[in-house]
Design a protein around this ligand. Structure first.
Ligand code: FAD
Length: 327
């Protein structure tokens, strides 16, 4: 079932989850057991993130180094397949513009359709280590809005050419066939770090929705008023699709500095002070982060949101506690 259909049913807000594919070497059974604890809370779907290949430098016998692109994690498509073979749940693979040509993305869309996956999350991705700014590969997409348009073109062309694989989305074309994929895109309540201001970022978010995105999932935030303000601004800008808040519980003291640095967001002083006061007591820090997230989630559920999306980042204990308290 498409996420857009799940969202249009309305009713009680539900949880969804986002997982990171395991590093190569982890088994399917280990992956499944890491997800199983969430299942009793009936999440409606599981997003699986996508990661660009990374550069690895290998020393040669003469002492010089050669540069190699390596993939460290199992692919999102393989992880979705593994989850679907074990659980009756929708999966949402992330597709990123970074490191992929239009043709490679088209091949992935064919694979997803073949597997019966009817949901994708369309993202630009970040620059690779060593790159100052995001640069698409030759023939790739510069912005997530271009990727969303390409997915919609893929749907039209592949229906017109049923049975003829390939050769489609790099070419422009329009049609009005029903969608194969429900498409989610990312939104930034505290603005994307490259955007000059929140107004411009919301104009760019609207481009993704106008290109065919069905819903928005937000970057994590720790102050709900920031989310409510963002939703108000989006509605005023004419974005009417569902906006799903993304939450992540703080679980270590280090995240007080690493999360703002990695995701360009603010952590409220009340939360940072509490974590600082906990000092080296890891369990206390974990508890403070979990309780803060429970408080955020309960408040969101009182504000008529369609769903709450949890960034699990390889952890289940805190997310399970939050789901138990809130759903
Ligand atoms: P875009 O929407 O393309 O925006 C990027 C920047 O360009 C913004 O500053 C925007 O304002 C600007 N912009 C957009 N369109 C235009 C335009 N037409 N003209 C000028 N400027 C424009 N990253 C991964 O690598 N893998 C993942 O699996 C992943 N999952 C994510 C899930 C969620 C819910 C979110 C919120 C983020 C995720 N990310 C992931 C991170 C994301 O890839 C980065 O934040 C990336 O820097 C931006 O991606 P985007 O899709 O929001 O880009």
């Amino acid at each position: 079932m498409k996420i857009s259909e799940i969202l249009s049913r309305g009713g009680k807000a539900f949880p969804s989850l986002e997982i990171v594919p395991p590093l190569k070497g982890m088994t399917k059974d280990e992956l499944i057991e890491s997800i199983r604890p969430f299942m009793e809370f009936s999440p409606q779907y599981i997003n699986v993130t996508c990661h660009r290949d990374e550069y690895e430098y290998r020393e040669k016998p003469d002492g010089s180094y050669s540069r190699h692109l390596v993939r460290k994690r199992v692919s999102e498509v393989a992880v979705c397949g593994a989850i679907m073979s074990e659980f009756d749940i929708e999966t949402v693979p992330h597709i990123i513009c970074g490191g992929a040509s239009a043709e490679e993305i088209e091949s992935e869309l064919h694979d997803l359709r073949f597997m019966g996956i009817s949901n994708v999350m369309a993202l630009r991705g970040d620059s690779i280590a060593g790159e100052k700014r995001f640069t698409p590969v030759q023939g790739g997409y510069r912005y997530a809005s271009e990727l969303v348009s390409a997915i919609r073109r893929f749907e039209q062309i592949s229906r017109q050419e049923t049975g003829i694989p390939g050769n489609g989305i790099a070419a422009k074309g329009k049609g009005d066939n029903p969608a194969t994929f429900s498409i989610g895109v990312g939104g930034y309540p505290e603005k994307h770090f490259e955007a000059p201001n929140i107004e411009t970022d919301i104009v760019n978010l609207k481009k993704k929705v106008d290109a065919g995105a069905d819903y928005v999932i937000t970057q994590m935030f720790f102050d709900n008023s920031v989310f409510y303000d963002f939703v108000g601004r989006c509605r005023a800008a004419g974005i009417s699709v569902p906006i799903i808040p993304g939450l992540k519980p703080l679980s270590t003291a280090r995240q007080v500095s690493s999360l703002p640095e990695s995701f360009s967001l603010d952590i409220p002083v009340e939360l940072t002070d509490a974590i600082k006061a906990a000092g080296d007591d890891r369990e206390a820090v974990y508890r403070i982060g979990t309780e803060w997230c429970i408080m955020q989630c309960k408040d969101l559920l009182r504000h008529n949101i369609p769903a709450v999306h949890f960034y699990t980042m390889g952890r289940s204990r805190n997310i399970v506690e939050i789901l138990k308290e809130c759903f």
